[in-house]
Design a protein around this ligand. Structure first.
Ligand SMILES: [Zn+2]
Length: 247
């Protein structure tokens, strides 16, 4: 409900079905890649209204369909709930869209290999050129610093704001004992980052098991890679999409 009027927020208008299809595909791709399981979610900002975002009703990502996509305002109020169950943690999306006008897609996952880096002193750092977006030192949000003892879920605007603050201007933020969030200017970039954050965590654990000092990407190398204008997110996206179509 809108605080001022007590009525639901107005819709940002109709959305191209192809855009909705890509959002549904993003959910299925991330489930297929082992980044999302029964939990986690993907959203996009409404293409025609910066103050609205689109997110599925509460459902496992692998089985989401176009009719499950709901519209929210940035306070995470539904435009037309129709009695549907909503993700408790939708505030992740609303608060990051408020804080980051450059972000148009968000993935929240509990991708398993990343979680150990959120609860130990080992920092997640870019080890491979495909994950240069991790830059130098991935921030880690501890909800205990934000709100004391909780069930670790992002249940309200306060938690979402704290998470968005820790994310800052980065593309990835860890969530202590919980998971992570990856953002992007479009859904392909956010999906790419969610997948390669998991891959980087695996490669880093393997390098640590081999022993000895690790030569991570230098900040200058990360800047050169992320500054490229010819990065082709379309290529892996097409492959990931064809895999889910074949399932
Ligand atoms: Zn979660």
């Amino acid at each position: 409900m809108n605080d001022q009027t007590g009525s639901p927020p107005r819709s940002g208008g109709p959305v191209d079905p192809a855009v909705i299809d890509d959002l549904v595909a993003a959910n299925c791709i991330l489930a297929d890649q082992g980044v999302l399981d029964g939990y986690g979610h993907v959203s996009i900002r409404h293409p025609g209204a910066a103050g609205r975002y689109l997110l599925s009703r509460s459902k496992a990502p692998a089985i989401i369909a176009a009719e499950d996509i709901m519209e929210y305002d940035l306070d995470s109020n539904p435009v037309d709930q129709q009695g549907r169950l909503m993700y408790i943690e939708r505030y992740i999306h609303g608060e990051i869209y408020k804080a980051r006008p450059d972000v148009n897609a968000i993935v929240h996952s509990h991708s398993p290999t990343v979680i150990p880096y959120s609860v130990t002193t080992v920092k997640l750092r870019p080890i491979c050129h495909t994950s240069a977006f991790l830059k130098h030192d991935v921030p880690n949000f501890d909800i205990r610093d934000c709100d004391g003892m909780t069930d670790l879920l992002i249940r309200n605007e306060k938690h979402g704001r704290g998470l968005a603050r820790t994310l800052g201007e980065d593309d990835v933020v860890l969530m202590r004992g919980h998971g992570n969030v990856c953002v992007g200017a479009n859904v392909m970039a956010a999906v790419y980052r969610a997948i390669y954050t998991e891959v980087n965590a695996r490669l880093q654990a393997q390098a640590m098991a081999l022993g000895g000092p690790i030569k991570f990407l230098a900040p200058e190398e990360c800047a050169l890679i992320t500054g490229r204008t010819d990065t082709n997110f379309q290529r892996p996206w097409a492959m990931w999409k064809s895999r889910i179509a074949a399932n």
